[in-house]
Design a protein around this ligand. Structure first.
Ligand code: ZN
Length: 125
């Protein structure tokens, strides 16, 4: 092999590797970036939070009640709330598209937007 051939092959391999990496990164981002949770209070959008970022958000209401929204491992969960029934706290973490946690006493709704398709529940419903 000539020296030029080696350089050509080497650069082709490098281009290949870079584009593969770029595609992988792009795929990873496109699947995780699009899903988020939408928090609504009394029918109004309070905020939206991406599911791929870990965070703890305390949603505080004027009357002193609150819900603590925790996003972890791509799932959203209410870990703490001031409501008497605690139904929202007992709810499993959500990550499927259109899945939601509702806190009736606080008029709070947490809904997954653009998450995984809920194939298991679709058949049982
Ligand atoms: Zn609640």
């Amino acid at each position: 092999m000539k020296k030029n051939d080696v350089i050509l092959i080497a650069s082709l391999l490098i281009i290949c590797a870079i584009s593969l990496l770029a595609i992988k990164l792009w795929q990873k981002q496109s699947t995780t970036d699009k899903s988020y949770v939408r928090v609504e209070v009394d029918g109004k959008v309070y905020g939206t939070y991406p599911l791929n970022e870990e965070r703890t958000e305390k949603i505080q209401f004027e009357n002193g009640s609150y819900n603590v929204l925790v996003i972890k491992d791509g799932k959203a969960d209410i870990t703490e709330a001031s409501c008497p029934d605690q139904i929202c706290v007992r709810h499993m973490p959500i990550h499927y598209s259109d899945e939601s946690i509702v806190c009736l006493p606080n008029k709070l709704t947490v809904t997954v937007v653009g998450g995984q398709e809920n194939e298991i529940d679709a058949t049982t419903n």
